[in-house]
Design a binder for this molecule. Structure first.
Ligand code: ADP
Length: 619
């Protein structure tokens, strides 16, 4: 935190109030307030002025009326007498006296009823407009006065109107001056109390940049008021502090991520949804000829790689983003020196906090050594598997020899019989032909067995073919028949019809079957009582696989050794190597399947394996 006393330099240090007013923004709150105050005050002033003028008019009219009354009272008697006496001079003087009263413009005394010509005295000027005319009867004289004439008075309203106009001008001017002064005062006060601080707050908020170590905002006033503005400033300062902390944490997280990325020996990068690099480690920067990782930030594959390669990378990125998933690519790369390397790239969709795809994350590593090691391992496994097959066949040699011997012995018997039928008189050609057919059949049977043995003894290539698993099982059972008979076991099959073809290496899969069937026969031969049966069955398993089960009625195994059986060199046999199940499992797993064992209640063991269906036959 910066020291408290540090002030933020925001605007001009100090300005006079006139200068302050001049700098008030035209479209700001103070101006809007000013306009509204002026408008409201003008409307109120106008209404009050109209009210006041109406009242003044009424009172002026009332005083005019009362003046008429007073004139009537004060002069009607003496005017009546003067009229009776027809004293023109006296009447003129009296009428001039009335004429001097305010607003009276014309006065006339006329005799009634009017003889022609009527006696009348007129003083003043006749009014044409804005006038009030009043007539009063004149009486004379004695105890029974008679109506002898009329006093006619014409008063003008122009004076009242002039007074009212003057009044209106005074009211409006004084109110305008007051409004003007109040408005400026409001403008100044609002600016002083609020607007300038709001502008400071706005400037301070606008200057906030994540990570910048700015001093806290202080308003330009003498003390803390604790009012809404101070609350706003406190909130803004707290927000800035949180933002600063957040920026520090973000910086730390970025540094941690950069450190992690740099310590990854593989190439690691992150791209945004437009394919721009937003983070790369040193390995990526170095591989693309950049001195520092940040030199690569903001660039795309098109800035870094040849267009064809960049287009391929872009396609992969789009695919990964559209599927929201990941993609693994293993492909050869030819280096500048012509040497070939295998690169494994794993691209994963990058999601933002709302779960939307925001880009891709990529890791690429040189897997040339791993591939070489895997190839060597595969070769070693194949060698081992071959050795295992040879050993198994060696183990079966006696029973196979016996098995092959049978058709050969039968051939000899058929040949001897044929010779006899030939030397008979006449030779029995039909029987000779039958004997020859049997010789061909037995010869073929022996050749088949020998052919299959030769196949199994051959070294395999990692070539896959389309296979009928039932067919492969039948061939294996053929080979093991002699061994089963020798050990008093019966091998039965229950092969499902219409199984889809699988894709695999026939010799390797037959080796697995051979291991399982021989193990089952050997297990049974150790058992002293009960049925001595091996059942090989097939069926469909889930996930597009074919399931094979080899089930026996031997002694079985303890549940805890179920997994140990598959460990290399695990054997319970005196002459066993303990490699059969281990090799079988690696063969099945290399085919994308699974091999496992379980008990076969009430006694015996069952070994299962699955192999994926050939892609052309999977539904
Ligand atoms: P080996 O046959 O040389 O012993 P394997 O790997 O084929 O090697 O078998 C390992 C061990 O698994 C055998 O020694 C045996 O104890 C056990 N095993 C294999 N098949 C069966 C079975 N069908 N019943 C009971 N135990 C078995």
């Amino acid at each position: 935190m910066p020291p408290k006393e540090q002030q933020l330099e925001l605007q001009s240090p100090h300005r006079g109030w006139l200068a302050s007013i001049a700098q008030i923004p035209r479209g700001g709150i103070a101006m809007a307030l000013l306009l509204r105050v002026v408008l409201f005050s003008s409307v109120v002033t106008l209404i009050l002025t109209v009210l006041q003028l109406t009242l003044s008019y009424r009172s002026e009219r009332a005083s005019l009326e009362s003046r008429f009354g007073e004139i009537d009272q004060a002069t009607s008697r003496s005017l009546g007498e003067s009229l009776w006496a027809m004293d023109s001079k006296q009447l003129e003087e009296q009428l001039d006296g009335i004429l001097r009263l305010p607003s009276i413009r014309a006065v006339e005394v006329r005799e009634t009823p009017s003889p022609s010509p009527a006696f009348a005295i007129f003083r003043g000027e006749r009014q044409t407009s804005a006038a009030v005319v009043k007539e009063f009867p004149l009486f004379c004289c004695g105890t029974h006065p008679q109506h002898i004439g009329v006093l006619r008075i014409e008063a003008t309203l122009a004076d009242i109107y002039r007074d009212l106009a003057a009044q209106a001008v005074v009211i409006l001017l004084s109110n305008a001056a007051k409004t003007f002064l109040v408005a400026f005062f409001i403008l100044f006060i609002v600016d002083h109390l609020a607007t300038r601080h709001l502008l400071d707050i706005a400037a301070s908020a606008a200057s906030v940049t994540p990570g910048a170590d700015l001093p806290p905002l202080r308003l330009r006033r003498l003390r803390v008021e604790g009012d809404e503005l101070d609350q706003l400033v406190d909130a803004l300062n707290a927000m800035r502090e949180r933002l600063r902390q957040h920026a520090i944490e973000l910086g730390n997280a970025n540094a941690r991520m950069a450190a992690i990325l740099d310590n990854i020996p593989d190439l690691a990068w992150v791209k945004d949804a437009n394919g721009r690099f937003i983070a790369v480690n040193r390995a990526v920067a170095a591989a693309n000829g950049f001195a520092e990782p940040h030199d690569m930030i903001g660039k795309t594959d098109f800035d870094v790689h040849p267009p064809e390669l960049a287009r391929t990378y872009l396609r992969d990125d789009v695919e990964v983003m559209e599927s929201h998933g990941r993609k693994r690519i293993e492909e050869p790369h030819v280096d500048a020196d012509g040497s070939m390397r295998w690169i494994e790239t794993i691209k994963t969709a990058l999601h933002d906090g709302q779960g939307r795809v925001a880009g891709t994350v990529g890791i690429a590593r040189d897997v040339t050594e791993r591939r070489r090691a895997a190839e060597t391992l595969r070769e070693t496994q194949m060698e081992l598997a071959h050795a295992n097959r040879v050993a198994t066949m060696g183990q079966l040699a006696a029973s196979i020899a016996h098995e092959v011997n049978q058709p050969i012995a039968a051939t000899v018997t058929h040949a001897q019989a044929g010779l006899r039928w030939l030397s008979a008189q006449p030779p029995e050609m039909e029987k000779v032909a039958e004997g020859l057919r049997r010789i061909v059949k037995d010869g073929n049977r022996a050749a088949d067995v020998i052919g299959r043995i030769r196949e199994l003894l051959r070294k395999t290539t990692p070539r896959n073919e389309t296979l009928d698993i039932n067919e492969a099982i039948r061939e294996v059972i053929e080979i093991t028949r002699g061994e089963a008979m020798k050990r008093g076991a019966l091998v039965k099959t229950q092969l499902a019809d219409g199984l889809p073809f699988i894709e695999g290496n026939r010799i390797e899969l037959q080796q697995v079957l051979l291991n399982l069937v021989i193990n089952a026969i050997e297990a049974i031969s150790g058992a002293s009582d009960g049925a001595r049966e091996v059942l090989v069955s097939t069926g469909k398993a889930d996930a597009g696989c074919v399931l094979v089960a080899v089930c026996d009625s031997g002694p079985g195994f303890s549940p805890e050794s179920a997994e140990r059986l598959f460990a290399p060199f695990y054997t319970t046999k005196s002459t066993g190597l303990g490699m059969g199940l281990s090799i079988s499992r690696s063969i099945i797993e290399a085919h994308g399947g699974r091999l496992w064992a379980s008990a076969n209640p009430p006694r015996g063991a069952v070994f299962y394996f699955t192999v994926p269906v050939h892609p052309d036959f999977s539904s």
